[in-house]
Ligand binder design. Sequence first.
Ligand code: FAD
Ligand code: 2HG
Ligand code: ZN
Length: 465
Amino acid sequence: MTAPHERLRARLGDPALYLDDPADTARYARDWIGKYVGTAPLVVRPRTTEEVAAVLAACTELDVPVVPQAGNTGMVGGGVPRAGEVVLSVERLNAIQAFDEASAAVTVQSGVVLETLQGYLAGRGYDMPVDLGGRGSCQIGGMIATNAGGVKVLRYGHMREQVRGLEVVLADGTVVSGLNILKKNNTGLDLKQVFIGSEGTLGVITRAVLQVQPAPEAFQTALAGLSSRDLLPALLQAARARFPRLSSLEFVDGKTVAYVRAADPDLRIPLDGDHASLVVIEEESASGEAAGEAFATGLESLLEDGLIADAVVAGSEAQARAIWRVREAPTEAVSRRGLTHKFDVTVPPGVIPAFLGEMEALAEGFAGVRVVLFGHLGDGNVHVNMAQEPGLADDDFLAMESALADAIYGAVHGRAGSISAEHGIGVMKRAYLSLARTPAEIALMRTLKRTLDPKGILNPGVILE
Ligand code: FAD
Ligand code: 2HG
Ligand code: ZN
């Protein structure tokens, strides 16, 4: 019997539709961290929705399992083949098709890179309400399929809140076109919600209508240092109250700053001294001096109340970028040094200080592992990286994942948190889904999966074991 990918290749015919040389396909079979590595004997790269439909119809007919992939920046192993599945990359569906300014909405194909869309919108005085460190590679389809969050969730929400309409191709090739552009359209079941966050298990997203925001006239950006991380919850409350257009509130733990500095001696920290925690505070504002003064007054009140020990305000875009570098550097530092287990969790903001201590204590039980802590303070979202230190063999490090996961998710569950704040479930967290969802919810997920994809060809093993 021929292998599934060979059956599909024979059916597709046109070699312009796929890659099958291992030198070309290798990059689709490995995630960007290097933790999830499979083989991709065939990578199909459709150029239109109709081609996606034809490919999926053939996959269902021929029993060929498929892994949908966009920018391949995902962190839970959901976009990488695990057992030689065919990869369906949407990277050539990369057109920005329409911008309706009166509706404040843009229609895009799912392979559009976030940064490309941001540039397009900036040229028209608009802004994409979701932003994240992977902006140069991640694509809109992947962001919708993972319901990505990022650094502006506290003001604008996740991807889910930005999607007005979707076009999705089901496993049997049916095109479900729901490219709604209206803000209000309350007409029965909101079907797009089933696909947002479904991580490629229920359909392939081919196009989306996204709502966008008028670009703010200016941003006020500060880096603040805290004398104790016990102050983080109170700082969150105060920042919300004092900065009415607060758009980001992000933290990097003090010990993580020291670790990143050691890993990247070129990194410039724009604030002198050592601090228990560094926090990026960003507010959207009008242009002009008055807005800057109001922001400075807010910061002064935080200093007077003892919530922050010191702060520096960006006086230019370059300085703002330098502040954001401090927040984005840990992800790069960790991956430069080796492998990492990424635990993206939420806890109620009030327990963040205790939770950070708990993670440090827990890491001490794992020799050769370094705990790296940072995240989105405004959302209670902590990125616990358990990173490989030099000297620990890859296999030994990878074998620690389930013991680490048991301990960390146990702690998260005990504090009424969530095992996935924004990265999704993928293959990494599927064994722990029952910590986050009730048996009835999981049963309903299985029913939906069976209904939409009866042969189980779409991303088998992702979300549900
Ligand atoms: P991929 O990795 O290609 O795919 C992700 C999942 O979606 C897979 O399960 C895949 O099968 C599925 N999928 C992909 N395309 C489609 C499609 N068209 N139809 C159906 N299913 C599809 N995430 C956050 O939420 N917040 C952050 O702040 C954040 N910061 C990041 C910073 C860096 C430096 C990096 C590298 C990543 C970061 N991420 C963050 C991870 C995040 O999940 C991704 O960047 C993004 O959401 C995934 O987009 P992608 O195009 O790379 O998707
Ligand atoms: C971020 O917020 C991303 O920077 C990446 O979600 C998190 O590297 C990580 O663990
Ligand atoms: Zn994040």
